[in-house]
Design a protein around this ligand. Structure first.
Ligand SMILES: C[S@@+](CC[C@H](N)C(=O)[O-])C[C@H]1O[C@@H](n2cnc3c(N)ncnc32)[C@H](O)[C@@H]1O
Length: 310
């Protein structure tokens, strides 16, 4: 189904009506809901059609150049130089598309996010946080420390136009139910709504079960996207995700009444099925991002030593 969304109006009348711009007039959406539209194709091309200063948030979770199979038309084995050049193209486009005060979150391996952070600095963006997302299961690498976090960079286009600091439950021991931390006798003074969120997130589960996973590779947890949207957007805002994958960002946006524009170069069927509430249909799983930042060929050669990797 191909649907032009240009003259659709969000039925949530009190939200800011951000989809009535002439954005993407020449491009037809592959799929549309009342809140968003999904475009099938290369984001570097499609981003060019989105007007300046139109999105409140850009969330980017590109392939990590680890030689993964994302399907026809998607290469995940570029040289480092090619990969970074490609990243700089869509980063510039995302910065242009963000409204002043808009936020950009980049989910990647530390190895790449160092470079992407530099690019964002060069683009004049304001650094806010390097968020460490704890990895529950990863592969030991000979001669290196055990990679134990993904990096989530958080930048804004100047002073943030919106920032909300979520509260999280006080961490407790899952065996005895007691507090994991010692609050020095001030436990009763803690805010009943929970603790302030820090820049180390240990509560994001991996999406590994085939019964819930939408695609063979790299689906992020909805909890992560809900949190990113909660921090940086309000109902009615426009969220851009140029690397749709299984559509996690779009599902979070729908749930939280944000508008969204999504792009995916590979198979879009899993996204559409998910948005329609249909059951996932996935092929056998990949190894996971075992090699965190090492070359793809090396990552493929290593045996999965951690039983959790299967
Ligand atoms: C790591 S996955 C994103 C996963 C997504 N965040 C989720 O939770 O499902 C990266 C996606 O980017 C897509 N992709 C790769 N190159 C692309 C391009 N040039 N334009 C648009 N999408 C691209 C891949 O097909 C893949 O689905």
């Amino acid at each position: 189904m191909r649907t032009a969304l240009i003259d659709r109006k969000p039925d949530l009348g009190y939200y800011r009506n951000v989809l009535t711009s002439t954005a993407l007039e020449t491009q037809e959406a592959l799929y549309a809901t009342h809140l968003g539209r999904l475009y099938h194709g290369d984001c570097v091309q499609i981003l060019q059609e989105i007007p300046d200063a139109s999105a409140d948030l850009a969330f980017v979770d590109p392939p990590f150049n680890l030689g993964k199979d994302y399907g026809k038309g998607v290469s995940d084995s570029l040289t480092e130089c090619e990969y970074l050049k490609w990243c700089s193209e869509w980063i510039s486009a995302c910065v242009r598309i963000l409204k002043p005060g808009g936020a950009l979150f980049s989910f990647n391996l530390p190895k790449w996010n160092i470079e992407l952070g530099h690019m964002l600095n060069e683009e004049g963006m304001l650094f806010r946080h390097w968020i460490a997302i704890d990895i529950k299961y990863s592969l030991p690498i000979p001669g290196r420390l055990y990679p134990s976090h993904y990096s989530l960079l958080y930048f804004t286009k100047g002073k943030p136009s919106f920032f909300n600091r979520p509260r999280v439950p006080v961490p407790i021991c899952r065996h005895c139910g007691g507090d994991l931390k010692d609050y020095g006798g001030h436990r009763d003074k803690l805010n009943p709504k929970g603790l302030n969120l820090t820049d180390v997130w240990t509560d994001i589960p991996p999406v590994r079960h085939q019964s819930t996973k939408r695609r063979g590779a790299n689906e992020l947890s909805l909890k992560l996207l809900r949190r990113v949207l909660e921090i940086s957007t309000q109902p009615g805002d426009l969220v851009l995700d140029p690397f749709g994958g299984s559509g996690t960002t779009f599902v979070a946006a729908e749930e939280m009444h944000r508008h969204w524009i999504g792009i995916e170069l590979g198979d879009c069927e899993p996204i559409i099925q998910r948005l329609k509430g249909e059951k996932p249909n996935v092929s056998p799983k990949n190894l996971g991002d075992a090699g965190k930042g090492m070359s793809a060929s090396r990552a493929r050669k290593l045996p999965p030593k951690d039983p959790a990797l299967g």
